[in-house]
Design a protein around this ligand. Structure first.
Ligand SMILES: Cc1cc2nc3c(=O)[nH]c(=O)nc-3n(C[C@H](O)[C@H](O)[C@H](O)COP(=O)(O)OP(=O)(O)OC[C@H]3O[C@@H](n4cnc5c(N)ncnc54)[C@H](O)[C@@H]3O)c2cc1C
Length: 417
């Protein structure tokens, strides 16, 4: 039995490390556990880059994202933030989920008095004028687009390393491998694979998509996977394309500027979502299926979608073969709102998860709110939005996303090189 910690944090991804830092800053003695040393191959944030934006259709998230954006520009995270801008393509239909999302988001920023330079774009020619690297695009002529000059790219894997070293500097204790892989959670007690049992006054479960394995969640979280691939540019191409903005389309997918070190462009599909099923507590539960155990690539039927996006926007790069496939797993809630509350089945065990594929940008500030919750001083509005809600109806298609096929990975044929 290992005694002597105020709080145990399970999972050293975005929510976990942010919480560790805040707890340590408030003087708590913290033990953080993870199967892997950060950045873990299981973490949704362990890749090249993520979008850091402030557009949200609800005002609370917008306010938090604005706060986070300011913190990304300051140490220790400033070295992981690049102001790249983002071109967002929205479907033609003004009543599509995505268009409603964009309209509400702009209204919120206006009402919050946040000045973001967002330009509306009405023609393909205009895209080429604004972003010369996109001038050969063959996008449909009937487009709606916006260009957000202030949007940024977060160097995600790198920022997890930065948060890990910040937490270590502040005195957080860590255990990894069999001493860090949690197999059982109880009130004030955590058992890991090696058989060790750790005790603390409070336990925080922030294991991302794996949270579904560790505590009962009353169907509030489903693991959901998004497919990612990369193309590697030549030195010459990197020099030409290094300053492109993020390109985002809910219809076609999205990609990032090439990474400065590896010259790789990360491309993510939006044409399908993945799930895997496992029977937990007599119930089919949507769980992650990690590449550490399953060497999945991308579904054969959606392989062409990757290059379709590049062909449409950057045709001169379409000769590249996509590589380094990955399924990125998140913890999805029915409303895309986080779940940050005490788990009613234990004493002093808290769940901080439900990132719903948009939690990375909150690395600099989500810990503050998680610790406020634990200290019983979270502001009432956030407390209400993030509270435990028994058995919500989980919709197949999340309101904020474009409808798209959900693929059971047990039935999918994967692309083989
Ligand atoms: C395809 C995709 C695209 C995304 N794009 C964006 C974006 O552009 N912008 C944005 O803001 N967000 C984005 N996200 C979301 C972002 O990556 C997540 O919100 C964030 O990583 C969630 O943080 P987390 O701490 O909850 O989980 P994670 O970062 O996944 O971390 C979970 C941690 O728990 C550990 N763990 C798991 N099981 C155990 C166990 N049994 N014992 C101990 N430790 C364990 C893991 O090793 C891992 O380190 C995206 C997500 C996906 C899937």
């Amino acid at each position: 039995m290992s005694l002597g910690f105020d709080t145990i944090v399970i999972g050293c991804g975005v929510f976990g490390l942010s919480t560790c830092i805040e707890l340590a800053e408030r003087g708590y003695k913290v033990l953080a556990l993870d199967k892997y040393q950060p950045p873990s191959p299981l973490s949704a944030a362990n890749d090249l880059n993520k979008i850091i934006r402030v557009e949200y259709p609800d005002k609370l998230s917008a306010r938090l994202a604005v706060e986070a954006l300011e913190l990304w520009k300051q140490p220790p995270y400033n070295e992981c933030f690049v102001k790249t801008g983002r071109l967002t393509l929205t479907p033609d239909d003004p009543n599509s989920n995505r268009n409603i999302y964009e309209t509400k988001s702009s209204q919120n920023l206006e009402e919050l008095g946040v000045r973001q330079r967002i330009k509306k774009i009405k023609s393909l020619k205009e895209i080429g004028e604004l972003i010369p690297e996109f001038k050969n695009n063959t996008l449909p002529d009937t487009l709606n687009a916006t260009y957000n000059y202030d949007c940024g790219t977060g160097l995600s894997g790198k920022s997890i390393k930065v948060a890990f070293s910040e937490a270590s500097r502040l005195g957080v204790a860590f255990a990894f491998g069999d001493d860090g892989e949690v197999i059982k959670v109880d009130s004030h007690q955590v058992t890991v694979k090696s058989g060790k049992v750790y005790e603390a006054s409070k336990v925080i479960v922030s294991a991302g998509a794996s949270t579904v394995f560790l505590v009962p969640l009353d169907s509030q979280i489903n693991a959901w996977g998004g497919f990612v691939a990369h193309i590697k540019l030549t030195e010459e191409e990197y020099e030409i394309y290094k300053d492109i903005p993020i390109f985002f389309s809910a219809e076609y997918g999205y990609f990032f500027p090439p990474d400065a070190e590896t010259h790789r462009i990360k491309i993510a599909l939006t044409t399908c979502d993945a799930f895997a099923l496992k029977r937990i507590d007599n119930q089919d539960t949507k769980v992650p299926r990690f590449q550490t155990e399953y060497p999945d690539t991308v579904p054969k039927d959606h392989y062409n979608d990757i290059m379709k996006l590049i062909e449409l926007v950057l045709p001169d790069l379409a000769y590249h073969k996509p590589q380094d496939f990955k399924t990125c797993w998140c913890a999805d809630t029915s409303t895309s709102k986080f779940l940050i509350d005490e788990c009613p089945y234990f004493e002093d065990v808290y769940v901080a998860s439900g990132d719903s594929a948009h939690g990375f940008k909150f690395l600099p500030n989500i810990g503050k709110y998680i610790v406020d919750k634990i200290e019983g001083k979270l502001e009432p509005e956030l407390d209400e939005v993030w509270r435990w809600k028994v058995k919500p109806e989980f919709r197949q298609t999340i309101t904020n996303r474009q409808p798209r096929p959900n693929l059971n990975l047990a039935e999918v044929e994967f692309f083989k090189d």
